[in-house]
Design a protein around this ligand. Structure first.
Ligand code: MIG
Length: 821
């Protein structure tokens, strides 16, 4: 219901969009798009559709059980099943409608995730049970079905209600507890706690979306469940299209094309533990270069060299920090990837060199479609080297996108990923620093994708497109990332993607695509980003100000101040919309935007540490309140505030004309970031929400590392690091390295643990350092919040404190003792 209502409400906008769409794609492409539909229909008639149609059948009973290395092999009436003990906290169940279990292959999971684990099994009473120290699986033999118990013995629902096959592939119904809270499932334009409804499992370009539209660009079939305060995870690792329904009674109905049900279950009980294990299973994100955490400015498109220069100059003249300018598709020559429109950009290398000299990094877009044009070298060479996807009759598949008819590289082929490298080398030579991969759902104009029968290599195994659909975008960004890593092996490379499948965090970060400049879109954004984070793809952001349409000054300010506390911080907007840079809304909004962007830059040491934590432990940077207490029902449902790392709580205004709002403070004590007021946690407080002061709170006991504002990362060597102390007891971390190379992997990093202890008359701060990296600064500034200091001792030497500020003579100190009033 909701999407339709939304659609109607915004129908004038949509008509406008459609009209602009035709104008943007051109009439020739509009015609090609119309012609693609019947072509696709003919192909489907000739080569078949998705899936392997089956007479409806159920798995049946267990006929025989064999123990194998790391689990059991079960023979069923109409299927085979394997149970693999992956780790003490992780089990993998595979059920296939075939005579023998097919070879295990997954783009999502890492083989190294399996650990030698002690386990045992028993048979009796019509049941088979498998136990590790932290997980139990109980299989009923007649009919076949299973249920789980976690480490505490808590049963996760009543078990399987149906497992079989029909014309849609696998059908599976599992009864979980009706009290389970569900999260994750990748990119969903819904609230954080997933509502009971059906979700599409596919990757798709919605061509603009509203809250409630589903599915979107990313398909991560991973659910995080919380039952009785204990968390578990379910990965339904299938790349083909499917559907998942969360029913009010706790039942989960799942259907997916193909023969195999594959379910990896991960136990916690802490949500953070599930996420850490999920990262071990599907891969950890790597540390991005530090500049990527600065502010990015984009639009579709900054169309000429002069415009790009003017945008860049404005940031510097107006002293609004900015690290990156994005080049959307119009920099290309007729949308041919790896070329330049020489009229608009006569000297790209010169332009980028000047931008570099001014401290800007540049990010260029690349789409998967390669224009069918024999005079275009990428196309000609690709045909010659046989890199493009084909139909079963051996003919090259082509379909219309921006450049007109396009061929598409088969990124599931290692040789094709290799081929991709030489073209990226060109753009790297011209100077692009980062890359942006779009349209990789893969999208064909006219709400279409590849026909199901298009052939893929799938690492030498061979597959039809419908079997790997969700991983096409992932393999594209994998190819891009591997290309960059081969071209610039000493650097950290960064690419971000619109489409993704489980495990994509190994290669790329993402953004939430074509949202709209509306309050309801802003309202849903933190929830979208948090659920992405609970699906392993935490490094993401939204188009600040909204993509489709134009934000009011108020909406722009609110969006920007919200996005300071998102992992990826970029403004972007659609073609034809008004300018959307921070100075377009008058001097007040400009000043406030500057203040928020400066706050982002001040917080970079803290934010960078969050990324290190994410890369190391899989914990998302934006954490739902229930990470504090998964038994708290209010926390389980809250998505208009979140924890940004261990120490900051942000509760932005996400509604129009909002003058004040309620804030849930988790247990413990908190400081108001703006006023230094010390507040008891475990209560709801009311806070005013002026444009300049997004409600922001710091946990008592925090040592918050901040740096001076720079106009871009690395503008000048940091002269000092500031430690902002919020008295209380607690541990804080600071991770530092050179921010750009891979030297940290051989020990060139510095990890500091700050242990703050509140005593009867003050606080003691101890500092423990590990690693070889030497930062550029030679002393530290210390600022104490919320309390007046009477005396200070640094390594027992008395120090002067002026207005709660002091400067350490060196960085080598170990212990700071403060008496406070
Ligand atoms: O069909 O490259 O989501 O960010 O500006 C639209 C043009 C293609 C969609 C992306 C958007 C980008 C736009 N792209």
């Amino acid at each position: 219901m909701r999407p339709i209502v939304n659609r109607l409400r915004h129908s004038s906008q949509l008509i406008d969009y459609a009209y602009r769409g035709i104008r943007n794609v051109g009439f020739a492409n509009a015609a090609r798009t119309m012609l693609y539909k019947p072509r696709a229909w003919l192909w489907e008639r000739r080569f078949g559709g998705a899936g392997s149609p089956k007479h409806p059948v159920d798995a049946g009973d267990v006929v025989q059980v064999d123990e194998v290395d790391d689990g059991l092999m079960l023979w069923l009436d109409h299927a085979v099943c394997t149970v693999q003990v992956v780790t003490p906290h992780m089990l993998r169940i595979r059920v296939s409608a075939s005579d023998a279990m097919p070879e295990y292959f997954s783009y999502a999971t890492l083989p190294a995730a399996a650990q030698p684990t002690s386990w045992h099994w028993r048979e009796g009473d019509g049941q088979i049970s498998i136990h590790t120290d932290h997980a139990t699986l109980i299989i009923s033999k007649s009919p076949f079905g299973f249920k789980f118990k976690d480490g505490s013995g808590q049963a996760l629902g009543a078990g399987t209600e149906r497992l079989g096959w029909d014309q849609h592939g696998v059908v599976f119904s599992q009864k979980f507890d009706d009290g389970v809270w569900w999260y994750g499932l990748g990119e969903r334009a819904f609230h954080l706690a997933l509502e009971r409804r059906t979700y599409g499992l596919t990757t798709r370009d919605p061509e603009g979306y509203a809250p409630g539209d589903d599915p979107l660009y990313i398909n991560i079939p991973f659910l995080l469940g919380v039952q009785g305060g204990r968390a578990f995870g379910l990965l339904l690792d299938r790349m083909s299209d499917g559907e998942l329904t969360l029913r009010p009674d706790g039942r989960v109905d799942y259907q997916v094309l193909g023969d195999e049900l594959r379910l990896d279950i991960i136990f916690g009980p802490e949500p953070a533990q599930v996420l850490a294990r999920y990262a071990d299973l599907t891969g950890h994100a790597s540390l991005p270069p530090l500049w990527v955490l600065g502010y990015h400015q984009s639009r579709w498109s900054y169309e000429t060299e002069d415009i790009v220069r003017e945008i860049a100059a404005n940031f510097r003249q107006r002293r609004i920090p900015c690290d990156a300018i994005h080049f959307d598709i119009d920099y290309m020559d007729g949308f041919r990837c790896f070329t330049w429109n020489r009229k608009a950009f006569p000297d790209p290398a010169g332009l980028i060199a000047d931008l570099h000299a001014d401290g800007f990094k540049t990010v260029g877009m690349i789409d998967p479609g390669i224009k069918v044009d024999p005079n275009y070298d990428v196309c000609a060479n690709g045909v010659q080297e046989d890199v493009f996807c084909k139909l079963p009759d051996g003919k090259l598949f082509h379909g219309p996108v921006w450049p007109g008819e396009c061929y598409f590289p088969d990124f599931t082929h290692p040789r094709v990923r290799q081929w991709w490298q030489k073209w990226y080398a060109r753009l790297v030579d011209v100077g692009f620093d980062g890359f942006w991969n779009d349209m990789n759902e893969p999208t064909i104009f006219g709400h279409a994708t590849f026909p199901p029968a298009v052939q893929h290599d799938l690492e030498g195994r061979g597959a039809a497109h419908w079997q790997v659909h969700a991983a096409y975008g992932m393999q594209m960004v994998r190819a891009t990332r591997e290309a960059l890593d081969a071209i610039r092996p000493e650097q950290r490379n960064w690419v971000f993607t619109r489409s993704a499948y489980a495990g994509t965090q190994r290669y790329a970060s993402s953004w939430t695509g074509d949202n709209r400049s509306t309050w309801e879109d802003l309202r849903i954004t933190p929830a979208m980003l948090m659920n992405l984070g609970l699906s392993g793809l935490a490094f993401s952001g939204s188009d600040v100000g909204g993509f489709e349409g134009a934000p009011t000054p108020e909406l722009f300010v609110r969006w920007l101040s919200m996005a300071v506390f998102n992992p990826f911080f970029r403004t972007h907007t659609v073609k034809g919309s008004p300018w959307q840079e921070p100075w377009r809304y008058g001097p007040e909004v400009e000043a406030i935007s500057r203040q928020y962007i400066e706050l982002r830059y001040k917080l970079l040491p803290y934010i960078y540490t969050l990324f290190w934590q994410h890369a190391s432990y899989g914990a998302p940077m934006m954490r739902p309140l229930f990470f504090e207490d998964p038994t708290n029902e209010a926390f389980l449902a809250t998505d208009d505030q979140w924890l940004f790392g261990d120490h900051l709580l942000v509760a932005p205004a996400l509604e129009e004309n909002m003058a004040a709002r309620d804030v849930l403070l988790p247990a413990g004590e908190w400081y108001d970031f703006w006023t230094d007021e010390r507040l008891a946690g475990g209560q709801t407080i009311h806070r005013e929400t002026p444009w300049r002061m997004v409600p922001l709170f710091v946990r008592a006991g925090t040592t918050l590392p901040v740096t001076e504002v720079q106009q871009f990362v690395g503008e000048k060597p940091n002269a000092a690091l500031t430690l902002e102390l919020f008295p209380g007891s607690g541990v804080s971390w600071l991770y530092e390295d050179d921010g750009k190379t891979l030297a940290y992997r051989s020990g060139e990093f510095r990890l500091t643990r700050f242990q703050m202890t509140e005593t009867a008359d003050g606080i003691i701060l101890e500092r423990f350092v590990q690693g070889d990296f030497t930062p550029t600064y030679t002393n530290m500034r210390i600022i104490v919040h919320g309390h007046a200091i009477t005396t200070a001792f640094l390594d027992e030497a008395p120090m002067n404190m002026l207005n709660n500020h002091m400067q350490t003579p060196a960085t080598s100190w170990r212990r700071l003792r403060l008496k406070i009033r």
